[in-house]
Design a protein around this ligand. Sequence first.
Ligand code: ZN
Length: 410
Amino acid sequence: MDSLKAAIVERVGAHRADILDLARALVAIPTENPPGRAYLPCCDLLASQLGDLGIAHRVVDVPAAGRFDAGLPRRCLLASHGEGSRAVVFHGHYDVVPAQHAAQFQPRVERGRLVGRGSSDMKCGLAAMIYAVHVLQELDVPLRGRVELCLVPDEETGGQGGSAWLVQAGLLGTDAVAMLTPEPTSGVVWHANRGAVTVAITVRGVPAHVGLQHSGVNAFEGMLDAAAALRELKREVEARTTSFRLRPDEARRSILLLGGRVEGGTNFNVVPDRVTFTVDRRFNPEEDIDVEKARLFEVLDRVRERGVALDVDVIQESVSAGGSDCDPIALALADTALEVEGRRPDFEMCPGSLETRWYAQRGIPAFAYGPGLLEVSHGPDEYVELERVFQHASLYAMLAARVLADGGAR
Ligand SMILES: [Zn+2]
């Protein structure tokens, strides 16, 4: 392994400028989601890069569907190197959350960092994965299986036009024995994640002039009833904690966020005829989506029975997942990190949702480990340390070589 490591690190070193060029070019394309802008130019860039590097790939158009697609085209890219019936999948998303200011799409290098929207989450990770595959190809590293790239949009809005569709089409994780995604994990590996059931609740009333309020029905007061019942549920679910590692300790509680968005009414002197508010239920890997969703709906049904007219719109739902930190792939990842970075990363639960779930659901060991920092991702000053990006390119190549070597993962 030592001579292979040296060769991989040398090759990645020779491609530092190329990796940075690709990362910069990706950051400069404003693939903001929502609504899902500039997906096609970004896919074109990725496809032409894969073509230039001689990595076999194909483009998959996603049919229009789902509440977030806004009539904009969705497209995925699948690439593959090597042959055989086992695959290590490098999976990543090329959409980014909307920028706080336009300059975020003018990437710049500053003190060894690439600054710009998506630098950390996760366009530098994509560049690192692509060059990891390229380096394996260049060095002609013997692999008992394939290394695949699965590049998708729409991750930031739940995956409808990306991974969810690939699952439906039977194109996600075929033959996969391991999956890795370069989410900004701040130096730890995420092997578990929360699930989500997010709803918007609209309480309906009847409008009336303030002087005739007896003839109206106040939607705001109805909302107070619903909110009080949900607050009871919040107390109940937030008493539960996950056994997965997550820092700080308070973060281990199950979550019910009440009123993330609230809107309603027309003026102070009119009885409000509708009030909408959101509930974001994020449950732990130990909790089941069907049970938690049913519990939430049961509480709302009881509010309805008390005479409050309300509609529930499900904005998103996704399952939780919990992997093992001692299966062979987890150990291979930790060993590889030790070799490349000189330390063994901790395994923790991701505080949010994670695309590893699409793979974990099918029993494929799936992990997130990227060069970026969660703390700066989605923020106005997003950046990534370039050294970490190059290190991760080596790490990904080494991991694939290790998992697909004769004799398995270790
Ligand atoms: Zn991400």
